[in-house]
Design a protein around this ligand. Structure first.
Ligand code: SF4
Ligand code: SF4
Length: 164
């Protein structure tokens, strides 16, 4: 079984503190509520004890990205283009219905890319996105340090496909 570590969703945490009592290493007891991955041994006791389902066990290494065939890539592009066109068309129209259509097409477009694996942490495209952002996003508001830390901490394991 893959090695895992525990991650706490702060939004779901209701501070029942059961995870503090069951953790054998003290990894759940931190000042900032973020579980200490260096101390976590992946036993899963905290996730099993949490009444709020606030803790998830996350694999240390993500499974390799599946290679995409040219047929799948072409179908994805075609679908994405249609959603982008629908979004642009709706943007030209007045009224709340058009605004809702514009937004829903954008969400569907993002879902298409997310569900096809292009935005998974281990995908080459996600890393390319971060690297491009570091080059092009020069404004003060851009979190460059966080971007560099993400690039350093996320191993990508996708075979580069010249078609994608
Ligand atoms: S057991 Fe769950 S709800 Fe309680 S403190 Fe831990 S993470 Fe939060
Ligand atoms: S998985 Fe085990 S070691 Fe890691 S934080 Fe939860 S209880 Fe502690």
């Amino acid at each position: 079984m893959a090695e895992t570590y525990a991650v706490r969703n702060i939004r779901l945490c209701t501070k029942d503190c059961l995870c503090l009592y069951v953790c054998p290493t003290g990894a759940t007891d931190t000042e900032n509520s973020v579980i200490d991955t260096d101390r976590c041994n992946g036993c899963g006791a905290c996730a099993a004890a949490c009444p709020s389902m606030a803790i998830s066990m996350v694999p240390k290494a993500y499974p390799p990205q599946q290679p995409k065939t040219i047929e799948v890539i072409n179908a994805l592009r075609s679908l994405a283009q249609r959603k982008a066109q629908a979004e642009n068309t709706a943007a030209l129209l007045p009224g709340k219905l058009a605004a809702a259509l514009e937004k829903s097409n954008r969400i569907m477009l993002e879902d298409i890319f997310r569900e096809s694996g292009y935005m998974l942490p281990q995908s080459a495209t996600a890393h390319q996105l971060l690297e491009d952002a570091l080059i092009h996003e020069t404004g003060d508001a851009f979190p460059a340090e966080a971007c560099r830390a993400l690039l350093k901490s996320l191993d990508w394991n996708e075979m580069i496909d010249n078609h994608s």
